[in-house]
Design a binder for this molecule. Structure first.
Ligand code: 13P
Length: 247
């Protein structure tokens, strides 16, 4: 049985005082769930959010990291720095990083490998543009993203990765994928993992859906056989996040 995961990606929102107050408001609700919850604030809020969520089993995540250990990389944050703050997971390859900050498959693969080496859980994002979908190339595109992100990752580490399927056209647009579309791609990802690592890893690995998940559509999405939870953007900044966790 795969444990369900709900992860809230706060993106670039909330100053520390707001973050602490919001996290404190979620605290009681988060104590009651069986799901594995990750709260993923901006770097500058990690310490206050971790403090506010003490006493819960919630994991704190980071939205990014750099793949080098230390040195002249102005503006970057290393895996050791995240570990030093008690961070558990790290989003890698979010489509906003890929498109706005030009992160390519090679860099994303380096980050996945480094995160695993340092004991962090990568939440690896993949997803196609509307153009790719309309051209009928979803399967090939996703398969390529998975294959390159997992290059050099051994069988023992592969199932530690959490994969998030986030179709770019569904992120922040209110245009959620249908359960059929979301299930189809999550299944395809599981098949790809099976091809790379075999049956056991493909059955153990958690695959999330992300893109305009709200309280009202979450149960239906999370009921799909290959969807093990969600990566939530906008709705993770609201009390509604607890309803999604409960779904
Ligand atoms: P929204 O839930 O705001 O569409 O964002 C999804 C996302 O990008 C989570 O990483």
């Amino acid at each position: 049985m795969r444990r369900r995961v709900v992860a809230g990606n706060w993106k670039m929102n909330m100053i520390p005082a707001e973050a602490a107050a919001f996290a404190a408001s979620l605290c009681d609700g988060l104590k009651e769930t069986d799901a594995e919850v990750h709260v993923i604030p901006p770097f500058t809020d990690i310490a206050v959010v971790a403090d506010a969520l003490k006493g819960t089993d919630v994991f704190i995540g980071s939205q990014n990291m750099y793949h080098e250990d230390k040195g002249a990389f102005t503006g970057e944050i290393s895996a050791d720095m995240l570990n030093g703050l008690g961070v558990h997971s790290v989003i890698i390859g979010h489509s906003e990083r890929r498109t706005i900050f030009s992160e390519d498959d090679t860099m994303i693969n380096r980050k996945v490998v480094k995160a695993l080496e340092k004991g962090l859980v990568p939440i690896l994002c993949c997803g196609e543009s509307l153009e790719t979908r309309e051209a009928g190339n979803v399967s090939e595109w996703i398969s390529g993203q998975i294959e390159s992100a997992f290059a050099g990752v051994g069988e023992n580490d592969a199932s530690k990765v959490i994969i998030a399927y986030e179709p770019i056209w569904a992120i922040g647009t209110g245009k959620v994928a249908t359960t059929g579309q979301a299930q189809e791609v999550c299944h395809l990802i599981r098949e790809k993992i099976k091809e790379l690592y075999g049956e056991k890893v493909s059955e153990d690995i958690r695959i999330l859906y992300g893109g305009s998940v709200k309280a009202e559509n979450s149960s239906e999405l999370f009921d799909c056989p290959d969807i093990d939870g969600g990566l939530i953007g906008g709705a993770s900044l609201k009390p509604e996040f607890l309803d999604i966790v409960n779904a």
